[in-house]
Design a protein around this ligand. Structure first.
Ligand code: CA
Length: 690
């Protein structure tokens, strides 16, 4: 066998690309009533044999058929039979060795994904699938990150025993806390909460859970084996290839029917093992290698997929399009997107836009990698620093906002703005404006500039790192954690950008401080629906914020004009406030409040803030996020309670020229802390009558 470096040299020649870049749409098994075709891209194989089996694992092939070599390194075999339900793999003669491989393009497989299965996909559609479609887009995107097994595992969820931890749990209507018939759990609960998108953590076929093992086995699933097949352990029968497909479609159908769009978490940056179907059928083509022969490991998972190579880019694009077309997926969250290249990300965006409309399918990801990667040639990694090269409808998780609000996610002891850190006012202001200003000239720490809020995922918790609750308890012991939680929530929910939260953030979810629970027991990871009920006052606070947010076009605006809406910014230690033009764009403006004022007070004492002229109503305060329902009038000043976010709305249009905010901000900076206090506060004690 050639070494990795020798392979790399071979693949890097222009002749290789010219002779072996295949553009057909028919790789894998295509199975229909009129016949079945099998196509495998394996440019270096000397021969390929297709093995057909009755079973998904074990036993010998009932037939082994030599495949024909066609153009561009593709091997083919066709039959007039509809081989639906037939399992298959390949035997390749490659560099003098015999290699067995399943199909990298497999759409179905047997237990644990070891053997592929031919499938007539129309036979896997659940009842009514042809009518399934995404709900209409609303005014805001609020993405709720959910793991299939975590969702329904706990008995408190009231799901039928046989469906706990399965796709099927999503199809159970009307679940309640321990079946009490009173307190909604599951999708009814989420509907009530008001989130708009459900992001499913890895649900393609991954390798870390034995599908034939114990039901209690758990993993997040960031270890892909078959990119185009649903994970089997979430199905009621992983041994029958069509079952997981139908059941995953049923889950998506149920989510759509309940009014949620569905986002898939995709991990194209690495594979479970370097010994993958990619590697067995085209050695080292799909992986990066450094010039000194070291295997690239920017994923910290043992390998990096070479997204910049033409057939690899095609694979990833084909896979994304397959999930949208066959499974009606509405968006993609790219794991370690910083390991993929900008060209590919923009191409995915363009192809989705061409098929479904501009920006209709969400595309966003983590704009970082775990370590340097050996990306080749002129390719540019989709890192945060390269955000200007990414389409304006490709989003990034904004760690700047996350860390400014609650403290560094990786250094668990470090606090942020809400839990006691000083000097973060500039970062909080940029967070509010979704990092769309040119911050570099202002010498802001970790400065970068987004094109529009559409590029920013605004969040304070995700599956990685501590939960928000755990972070707050560790960084602010002895403080009122519930209050800090409310402040963190109200803070990010009044920032521009796409909103995102880890499931259970709204009910003070804890993992006992665990930072990386990817393979911790399900008993630690499962959603505790009893806690959702116990912490219903916090849930209620989130609900109010979410419902309010949807009525605030000034904050929901995803366009490049959104930055211009924010004005009158004031900053003082522990204190940030700003005004926001909340009018709807276009000819008709139905906004209830024309101008907003948002006040973040992270100090340990209340502060009185003077309000610009204009009949203000308090929309949300420290403990009640539903004040907007009653149109509570504010006077000329408002008391911003300690550790609180206050949101006010005015029915009047207030223009930037009429307030002294921006200039006040400058004066604050010029004159230093003492006079800043005077400008930003009235200095009076006591609560104003509202
Ligand atoms: Ca699996």
């Amino acid at each position: 066998m050639k070494t990795a470096l020798e392979w790399k040299k071979y693949y890097s020649s222009p002749e290789f690309s010219d002779d072996h870049t295949y553009s057909g749409e028919d790789l894998g098994a295509v199975c229909a009533p009129g016949g079945t075709s099998f196509k495998l891209w394996s440019p270096s194989a000397d021969s390929v044999t297709l093995n057909l089996y009755r079973e998904g694992n074990g036993g010998e092939p009932y037939s082994s058929i030599p495949m024909e070599r066609e153009e561009k390194g593709v091997w083919c075999w066709k039959t007039d039979d509809e081989l639906h339900g037939v399992y298959y793999d390949f035997s390749l003669e490659l560099e003098g060795e015999t290699v067995r491989s399943a199909d990298p393009y497999a759409k179905a497989c047997g237990v644990n994904g070891e053997r592929s299965m031919a499938v007539n996909l129309s036979r896997t559609d659940p009842e009514g699938w042809e009518r399934d479609c995404a709900p209409q887009a609303g005014p805001e995107r609020i993405i709720y990150e959910l793991h299939v097994k975590e969702f329904s595992w706990d008995a408190s969820g009231g799901f039928p025993e046989e469906y706990r931890g399965k796709y099927k749990a999503f199809t159970c209507p009307g679940t309640t806390l321990y079946n009490d018939g009173i307190h909604p759990t599951g999708l009814d609960y989420l509907q009530d909460l008001g989130v708009t998108h459900v992001q499913i953590m890895p649900a393609y076929d991954y390798g870390s859970v034995n599908e034939a093992g114990e039901e209690t086995e758990f993993n997040w699933g960031y270890d892909p084996v078959n990119y185009n097949v649903p994970e089997g352990s979430y199905s009621t029968d992983p041994a029958r290839g069509e079952v997981r497909i139908r059941e995953m479609k049923e889950m998506i159908q149920a989510l759509h029917a309940k009014g949620f769009r569905v986002i898939m978490d995709v991990v194209y940056n690495h594979t479970y093992s370097l010994d993958s179907w990619f590697q067995r059928t085209a050695p080292w083509y799909f992986y990066r290698v450094f010039d000194d022969g070291r295997i690239s490991n920017g994923s910290a998972c043992g390998n990096d997929v070479a997204s910049e190579r033409p057939m690899c880019a095609k694979y990833i694009l084909d896979s994304v399009l397959y999930w949208t077309e066959e499974y009606h997926i509405d968006g993609f969250r790219f794991d370690l997107m910083g390991l993929l290249d900008v060209n590919l990300m923009n191409r995915i965006r363009r192809e989705l836009d061409a098929r479904y409309g501009k920006g209709e399918k969400l595309v966003f990801g983590e704009p970082w990698s775990a370590a340097p990667t050996a990306m080749e040639g002129e390719a540019v990694p989709a890192l945060k620093k390269n955000i200007s090269f990414l389409d304006e409808n490709i989003g990034i998780f904004c760690d700047n906002t996350r860390d400014a609000i609650k403290g560094d996610a990786l250094k668990t002891a470090l606090p942020g703005f809400v839990n006691g850190a000083e000097g973060l006012e500039d970062l909080i202001c940029e967070s509010a404006g979704a990092w769309c200003r040119d911050t570099r000239k202002d010498q802001i720490r970790d400065a970068f500039q987004a094109k529009a809020p559409s590029q920013i995922i605004t969040y304070v918790s995700a599956h990685d790192n501590q939960t928000l609750w755990d972070k707050l308890t560790e960084t602010a012991p002895g403080e009122d954690t519930m209050r800090l939680n409310r402040m963190a929530a109200a803070l990010y929910m009044t920032c521009q950008g796409n909103l995102f939260l880890l499931s259970g953030e709204e009910f003070a979810r804890t993992k006992d401080g665990h930072e990386n629970s990817f393979n911790a027991p399900i008993s630690l990871n499962r959603l505790n629906w009893e806690q959702a009920w116990k912490e219903s006052s916090l849930v209620e606070y989130y609900k109010g914020l979410i419902e309010l947010r949807k009525q605030l076009p000034g904050l929901c605006d995803k366009s490049s004009q959104a930055a211009g809406r924010i004005f009158g910014v004031r900053k003082a230690p522990g204190l940030v406030s700003f005004l926001c033009d909340n009018r709807e764009k276009g000819d008709v403006d139905n906004s209830r409040w024309k101008t907003l004022m948002v006040i973040y007070n992270s100090r340990g004492s209340a502060v009185e803030i003077g309000l610009p002229d204009g009949e203000w109503e308090v929309l949300s305060d420290e403990k009640n996020s539903f004040l907007w329902k009653d149109a509570v009038c504010a006077g000329k000043q408002i008391l911003a309670e300690e550790k609180s976010v206050t949101v006010l709305g005015s029915r009047k249009v207030i223009l930037p020229e009429s307030v002294s905010g921006d200039s006040a901000e400058k004066r604050c900076e010029n004159r230093g802390r003492e006079s800043a206090e005077k400008i930003c506060e009235s200095g009076k004690e006591g609560r104003l009558a509202v």
